[in-house]
Design a protein around this ligand. Structure first.
Ligand code: EPZ
Length: 440
């Protein structure tokens, strides 16, 4: 994936309307789930982002037939026929490009009773073990789950048969919940997942599987009960839910630029953790049926607050970097507690180059409010950090460059077009151009 930069001339408040695309973290799980059904299906409202492209290529590499078309409003429609799948092995280098590739473990176990998948990649913010996934599979009868048996980064599991089990997760894990749910959908007997993750994308994967003929109850609660079925007929269309994190990013972009933006095609309940915090700080967040409007009343003062990330319905860790940008521009002192990942403040030095006043103590960032960011050349350390730096650059006066911008496009569909339509001055520059610009 070639790297390029975003050039941003900041200081323009965002105004107008923007539509949210389908959820990255839902569609990646749904694509893996589509690999275990026994008939064709159609996925609608699929976001046109690079992680989806990687996952589609991965599904094609095991033999699935996938045709794509662009819907009138610009989203992607995928026509999928998994009946042509001819292997349970996904061990090529591309598997390591994204973390969600490991969902093929659950899907291939469900389809073939065996799976051989290269260890996943994904953003590097601390340890990203898969012990909970392997614990779940082991309880369901899978062999080869000893993490020490991971040959050359490839995990090979066999489970003939795959049996339903009671799976208790010591900590809440989105990935492990989805992976075990996939395997359980076609296991013999019933599986109960206790202390399950409740994120909107968990519910979306469960709803997709139920539309294809599965029997899953309780998704979105702490306990999910799955009754395995021998066949998932498929033959259905399914539309991916809107992306909660993309929506939150645009809410924060509107706020930090001092704008007035209505964000459409979202589920307001999913935004509640962020909406509540933004109101606490002094922003106005007006909810519609499938939209929120973010603005600030003339003369109101934005004050700092404390935020703690936690699994849904808590404050999403994937909005943590963007929310820190919001706190940087609030009056007074704020704290951000990162309770999900062990090292998710790697972007702070980049924000500091833009004038932020932040001290990090392990999982806590102590933030002193500043008047304004200053433009700078900064590096996107990961997808959400990159989005946060875009927000800071739009709030700053002057020209900023964000290198490694390809990381941002992993999860934000048409971000340049969407921000430009709201009045931002942002464009993509390939690195050669950017180096000349910066030297000039
Ligand atoms: C998913 O990652 C998301 N990725 C992440 O979003 C998100 O940050 C994360 O959930 C938390 O919401 C996708 O959905 C593709 P976890 P995942 O398993 O499933 C520990 C983005 O920006 N853990 O919920 O990998 C783990 O170390 C990305 O869109 C274990 O200990 O996250 C972490 O501390 C970044 N053992 C915690 O659980 C395991 O076997 C939560 O991880 C699995 C996880």
């Amino acid at each position: 994936m070639s790297s390029y930069s975003y050039k941003i001339n900041g200081g323009h408040p965002l105004h107008g309307d923007v539509n949210i695309s389908g959820s990255k973290n839902a569609v990646l799980g749904v694509l893996a789930a589509a690999m275990m059904i026994d008939g064709p299906c159609v996925l609608e409202n699929v976001p046109d982002i690079s992680d989806v492209k990687v996952m589609v290529e991965l599904c094609r590499s095991i033999g699935a037939t996938i045709e794509s078309e662009i819907a009138p409003e610009g989203s992607v429609i995928l026509h999928i026929d998994p009946r042509t799948i001819n292997t349970y092995k996904a061990t090529g280098a591309s598997v390591s490009k994204i973390r969600a590739s490991y969902y093929l473990l659950g899907a291939m176990l469900a389809r073939f009773g065996k799976a051989s998948i290269r260890m996943p990649g994904g953003c590097n913010f601390g340890q990203r073990p898969i012990d909970l996934h392997l614990k779940g599979f082991s309880l369901m009868g899978a062999k080869g789950v000893d993490p020490h048996e991971v040959e050359g980064g490839i995990i090979t599991l066999t489970a003939e048969p795959l049996r339903g089990a009671k799976v208790f997760f010591d900590i809440v894990s989105v990935g492990a919940t989805i992976n075990v749910m996939l395997a359980a959908a076609k296991a013999e007997g019933t599986t109960t997942i206790i202390n399950a993750a409740k994120e909107p994308h968990i519910v979306d994967v469960a709803n997709f599987l139920n539309a294809m003929g599965a029997k899953i109850k309780g998704a979105g609660t702490d306990t999910i009960r799955i009754t395995g079925v021998p066949v998932l007929p498929g033959n259905f269309s399914y539309s991916i839910i809107p992306d909660q994190i993309e929506a939150g990013t645009y809410m924060i972009a509107a706020a930090v630029t001092g704008g007035d933006v209505t964000i459409h095609n979202l589920i307001p309940t999913h935004m509640e953790p962020l909406s509540a915090k933004m109101r606490e700080m002094g922003y106005c967040v007006d909810e519609g049926d499938d939209s929120v409007r973010v603005y600030k009343e003339e003369g109101s003062v934005i004050t700092g607050t404390n935020i703690k990330t936690s699994p849904y319905p808590g404050f999403p860790t994937d909005l943590q970097p963007q929310a820190v940008v919001l706190l940087c521009l609030a009056k007074g002192f704020s704290k951000m507690h990162e309770n999900v990942w062990s090292n998710r403040f790697q972007y702070v030095p980049e924000l500091t180059r833009m004038g932020a006043n932040i001290n990090c103590l392990e999982r806590v960032a102590l933030i002193n409010g500043i008047e304004k960011f200053r433009s700078a050349t900064v590096i996107a350390t990961d997808l959400r950090a990159g989005a946060a730096l875009v927000c800071a650059a739009m709030a700053a006066d002057g020209t900023s460059y964000i290198t490694g911008a390809n990381k941002i496009d992993r999860g934000y569909e048409n971000i340049v077009q969407k921000l430009t339509s709201l009045g931002a001055d942002i464009c993509r520059v390939d690195n050669v151009e950017f180096e000349q610009d910066v030297e000039a």
